[in-house]
Design a protein around this ligand. Structure first.
Ligand SMILES: [Zn+2]
Length: 72
């Protein structure tokens, strides 16, 4: 995948990822199928969901973010 162009200002966009801060750790955001459902025991219920790591491109000029849920 080549670096995309910003749809707002046509500048170049650099690849990266958004960061989730969890208890004592830092993780890459993921895309998951379906609706979010929480359990008081285990947090988010993730069983049986399709999950993809998310790559986010950031415009170097205006800061616009564009995300892609890639293959794992
Ligand atoms: Zn831009």
């Amino acid at each position: 995948m080549s670096d995309p162009q910003c749809p707002k200002c046509q500048s170049s966009m650099e690849p990266g990822f958004t960061v989730d801060n969890t208890y004592g750790a830092v993780a890459q955001s993921e895309w998951a199928s379906g609706e979010p459902r929480y359990s008081i025991w285990t947090g988010m219920k993730m069983l049986g969901r399709t999950r993809h790591s998310v790559v986010t491109f950031r415009c170097t000029q205006c800061g616009f973010l564009e995300s892609y849920a890639g293959r794992r």
